[in-house]
Design a protein around this ligand. Structure first.
Ligand SMILES: Nc1ncnc2c1ncn2[C@@H]1O[C@H](COP(=O)(O)OP(=O)(O)O)[C@@H](O)[C@H]1O
Ligand SMILES: [Mg+2]
Length: 317
């Protein structure tokens, strides 16, 4: 039984393809993550799945209804937490919930709101202005608002972006708890590898609008993991390397090996000690999975996007 099924879901802005024929399924009760760098198409995907923007091509069933043909049915069965602020700071916690109830058309919302505030341990603060809430309390109130209409699926766009380490850990626990206690399917996006690794049952790695791999974090590491030795080269380094699984750019060499420690000496010898400015070892992790799938780190992929836009701006001039 699926909570989300997408088929060739696509969004174009003019000629630019922000989301490119993505197809995936999320089982009921899963925590599914879309992991990818800035500009990968994560928010656009969520906007289509929550009915905020129509797809250019393709379709998705969310809670059993088509986002193209039945967006209203979809909206009544989902909750959504954006990465931007959604609380009105001048209103109390309770008033924020009331607005949410009106927006989503929930009847008898007061009972549900009271139950949720109790669940999150913030009932005693319900008449305090949201602007006076701590970050942790704000997050709880936002989740309570998203749960108000008893959704089957909750969408969270970068739920922990900008949070300090402690609040992030609290947020991860809250997401696990509501997934279990309210049996709500969670689709979240993130560009934090540790978040995807620790929180998600399954992941889709998204880059440049496409899903390039999808599996459990463990399987992704089994399939695309391994260690990566990264060597920063001195300017003008003269290389004569022919190693397997090696990418060479002007300033660095990346070599994928089974075990970095045992391969390190051979690699240094092959590259030539005189050419080496620095060495970094990435042990198998989702970072390494991403490097192996795309040939670069998430930061470098973002850099690509910026370069692309600079090129477009130049061409327009
Ligand atoms: N309204 C829009 N008009 C034109 N381009 C857009 C619009 N929204 C997003 N994009 C572009 O689509 C790409 C994907 O954006 P987005 O889905 O926000 O990525 P992410 O959430 O993964 O960072 C980016 O290159 C972004 O600049
Ligand atoms: Mg985004």
């Amino acid at each position: 039984m699926y909570s989300i099924e997408t088929r060739d879901l696509t969004k174009k802005y003019g000629d630019f393809v922000a989301v490119d024929h993505i197809s995936f399924t999320v089982k009921r009760g899963e925590i599914f993550g879309l992991l990818g760098p800035n500009g990968a198409g994560k928010t656009t995907t969520i906007k289509m799945l929550t009915g905020l923007t129509p797809p250019t091509e393709g379709d998705a069933l969310v809670a059993g209804f088509s986002i193209v043909r039945n967006p209203i049915e979809v909206k009544s069965r989902i909750g959504w937490i954006s990465s931007e602020v959604i609380l009105d700071d001048d209103l109390t916690g309770w008033e924020n919930l009331e607005i949410q109830a009106r927006l989503t058309g929930v009847k008898n919302w007061k009972e549900r709101a009271t139950e949720l505030l109790k669940y999150f341990g913030i009932l005693e603060f319900k008449d305090r202005k949201a602007g006076k809430f701590s970050t942790g309390m704000r997050k709880k109130l936002e989740i309570a608002m998203a749960l108000l209409n008893s959704p089957e699926v909750i969408f969270m766009d970068e739920p922990t972006i900008g949070l300090d380490v402690n609040t992030r850990a609290t947020m991860w626990n809250l997401i696990r708890q509501i997934n279990k206690d309210y049996e709500v399917t969670v689709l979240l996006t993130t560009h934090y590898m540790e978040e995807a690794d620790s929180l998600c049952n399954r992941l889709g790695i998204i880059n440049k609008g496409r899903i390039i791999a999808m599996d459990t974090p463990e399987e992704l590491k089994n399939k695309y993991g391994g260690d990566v030795i990264e060597i920063e080269l001195k300017p003008g380094a003269k290389l004569n390397v022919s190693l397997e699984n090696t990418q060479v750019t002007d300033s660095r060499v990346r070599i994928r090996v089974n075990n970095a420690e045992s391969a390190l000496m051979d690699v240094i010898r092959a590259v030539g000690g005189d050419n080496i400015k620095g060495i970094r070892v990435n042990k198998s992790s989702l970072d390494v999975v991403f490097i192996n799938l795309t040939g670069g780190t998430m930061e470098e992929q973002e850099f690509d996007a910026r370069r692309f836009y600079a090129m477009i701006r130049r061409a327009r001039r």
